[in-house]
Design a protein around this ligand. Structure first.
Ligand SMILES: *Cc1c(COP(=O)(O)O)cnc(C)c1O
Length: 395
């Protein structure tokens, strides 16, 4: 029976035991029936397990669910590897793809860690990143034309924390035309709201830590790739040797979290919409940045490639930095914390927290101003969130 994305979240997959819920198999190694059996598994003649840095039955079960969601509507299942964090998903992919001298083409206002990975760690390996404005596809094409060392394009849409969006299909077309690979960080949208592979991307990256786990109980990442041959050879080799494997307990947490992803996203989105409307009309608020607002500069791109606008937003108080910190300190329900995508509403201050490693000039240019407050709107009763805002804004 062909399942919808919502049902895949809840029920897809079979485990060869009678247990109703997913068993956790916490084994580092696996038993071979005979020397020949071991040899067959090592030489890929037979499927099986060898060692949990390579793969694990509980982890594989979870990975297949993510593959089914990102590949929903494709005529085959893409390959998916779960990793110890979103950062290890990114670093494993780029170390598998690139060699010294290659360049990455990307944009400003990426996740802070990705930005530092590009401009510090990869730069140290002589893998440079060229930054252009992806609002202007001519400048993307000009960069591709000008520099044949560009081997890869990486985008994040919606981006963290500015919510700038990139037209995935348009960039995928350029990538194809110039024979480059394209990866998309889909953490903010999740495969329920956006499927980059269907829009022409080659790879999808996730920080599972966020909406997919959904409860803030574990760190994790995923790399999903369309080219099965490449994923099964080059990527698999890098993944095993770099050692960023996921673990069975956290895969089990992920599978449980996924069951409610469709419901959670509906509530995150509905709450964010109501809150964005409320803040838009509030006299103390200078700007509201939510993709669902009709006058948002990226509303139309988001509408074109996303099912809905999600639960992320940011805003700036008229009083700037000082008013912002005062406001944060007055909150009683909303939680002062970085990260996002948990059931609870989380509020953070990018300039002093997640983006502290990004040069000020660079972040301000792309909208991460000193007083910007980022919100991951939770699934609490919206009236309680509004009441918390009301009292904190009054104070
Ligand atoms: C959090 C995040 C990451 C990094 O993921 P970790 O799980 O923290 O390693 C990468 N990209 C985006 C968009 C993120 O929000």
């Amino acid at each position: 029976m062909k399942l919808s994305k919502e049902s895949i979240c809840v029920q897809s997959g079979h485990f060869p035991y009678q247990s109703h819920t997913l068993p956790i198999i916490p084994s580092s190694t696996y038993v071979f029936d005979s020397a020949e059996h071991g040899m067959d598994i090592f030489t890929n003649k037979q499927k099986g397990y060898i060692y949990s840095r390579f793969n694990n039955p509980t982890v594989d079960f979870a990975a297949e669910k993510i593959a089914a969601l990102e590949g929903f509507g494709m005529d085959y299942l893409p390959a998916c590897y779960l990793t110890s964090s979103g950062m290890s998903a990114l670093s494993t992919l780029f170390l598998a793809l690139l060699k010294p001298g290659d360049k990455i083409l990307s944009h400003y206002s990426l996740y802070g860690g990705t930005d530092e990975l590009f401009h510090k760690t990869l730069k140290g390996l002589n893998i440079d990143t060229i930054i252009v404005d992806f609002d202007d596809l001519n400048s993307v094409e000009a960069a591709l034309k000008a520099d044949s060392k560009i081997a890869h394009i990486h985008i994040e849409t919606p981006a963290n924390p500015t919510l700038r969006c990139v037209d995935i299909q348009a960039v995928a077309n350029l990538a194809k035309q110039y024979q480059k690979k394209l990866s998309v960080d889909n953490t903010f949208a999740t495969p329920l709201l956006q499927q980059p592979l269907l829009l022409g991307a080659d790879f999808v990256i996730h920080s599972i830590t966020k909406y997919l786990n959904g409860h803030g109980t574990a760190i994790g990442g995923a790399v999903i790739g369309k080219d099965l041959e490449w994923m099964d050879t080059v990527f698999k080799k890098a993944f095993r040797l770099l050692g960023g494997a996921y673990n069975p307990f956290e895969a089990w947490l992920l599978v449980n979290g996924l069951k409610t992803l469709p419901l959670r996203l509906k509530q995150h989105t509905a709450n964010a919409k109501t809150l964005a409307d409320y803040l838009s009309q509030h006299t103390e608020i200078a700007t509201v940045n939510y993709l669902g607002l009709l006058d948002h500069p990226y509303h139309s791109i988001a509408k074109k490639q996303m099912e809905d606008f999600g639960g992320m937003m940011s805003f700036e108080l008229k009083g700037g930095f000082d008013a912002g910190t005062k406001f944060l300190n007055k909150l009683q329900l909303c939680v002062r914390a970085v990260s996002l995508g948990t059931c609870d509403t989380l509020i953070s201050h990018p300039a002093s927290m997640t983006h502290i490693g990004v040069p000020r000039e660079e972040r301000v240019k792309y909208g991460i101003t000193d007083g910007l407050i980022r919100m991951s709107v939770g699934i609490e009763n919206i009236n309680d969130i509004l009441a918390d805002f009301e009292q904190a804004l009054k104070a």
